[in-house]
Design a protein around this ligand. Structure first.
Ligand code: C5P
Length: 249
């Protein structure tokens, strides 16, 4: 590995995407959203008429799948299937609800893990997901495990949904959050788990900027990394894009 890899793992709603993007921007690293890759395969299966309760059919769907991701230093990660951009289309609640069928299939995980390792071959990456520090990049330069209480995560998510006019109660959202935790933590391969050598960050009482700043500080002190001067409007745009993406899923 030539450049640094920073892994950020944690449960849904801990604020990973916004924080990872802000930290990547400040450190001049590319940002990889591995959840988007699982979303893309789910989207592909849903649109290819694959039965989601049939793991063999899902594994078979990988054969014809042309999945591409485009990483950049300053913009969001873009996702393409068969040459068509689906970056926004993978953020629906329908996709979110169906992901677990796809994320449980070993062939899918092996396929995506291989793609992720290839992307990380030369380092210079902040990668975010559930298994990045444990399974995909066990030798990462810096590992972060981010969490917040289920109540805080459900409250944030509920506020986002309300802002979009969705009619869900806090209790329903809390149930959804708990269900996703249960499915993500119970997954045999690539389940959500803190790596032994990961730094734990509780985001319950902190803003995304504060948490991103802690990661930047760790990268500076432990990895002797330099930060880039980013003007306020670029930071604001990154924060907005990450928030927008999240709100839909
Ligand atoms: O990060 P995001 O919420 O978009 O991830 C969506 C889902 O994809 C997760 O709930 C999890 O089931 C799956 N996932 C995974 N491994 C990863 C990233 C995401 O299984 N590295």
């Amino acid at each position: 590995m030539s450049g640094n890899i920073i892994t950020i793992d944690g449960p849904s709603g801990a604020g990973k995407s916004t924080i990872a993007r802000l930290a990547a921007l400040r450190l001049g690293l590319r940002y990889l959203d591995t959840g988007a890759m699982y979303r893309a395969v789910t989207y592909h299966c849903m649109h290819a008429g694959i039965r989601l309760d049939d793991p063999k059919a899902i594994a078979g769907a990988l054969k014809g799948l042309d999945l591409q991701v485009e990483l950049s230093l300053d913009g969001p990660m873009r996702v393409f299937v068969g040459g068509k951009e689906i970056t926004d289309k993978i953020r629906t609640q329908e996709v979110t609800r169906n992901i677990h069928y796809v994320a449980d299939v070993m062939e899918v995980r092996n396929f995506l893990v291989e793609m992720q390792r290839k992307i990380g071959e030369n380092g210079n990456l902040v990668t975010e997901g559930r298994d990045q520090g444990t399974l995909v990049f066990p030798n990462a330069s810096l590992k972060v495990y981010m969490f917040a209480t289920p109540a805080v995560r459900a409250r944030r998510r509920h506020a986002e949904l309300q802002a979009r006019g969705a009619e869900t109660t806090y209790e329903e959202v809390l149930e959804d959050v708990s269900k996703r935790d249960y499915l993500d933590m119970g997954r045999e391969l690539g389940g959500l788990k803190k790596a032994m050598d990961a730094v734990e960050l509780d985001t319950s009482e902190l803003s995304p900027d504060q948490v991103a700043e802690s990661i930047v500080k760790l990268a500076k002190s432990r990895l002797k990394m330099q930060t880039r001067k980013i003007d306020k409007s670029a930071l604001e745009a990154a924060r907005r894009q990450a928030e927008e993406g999240k709100k839909q899923g």
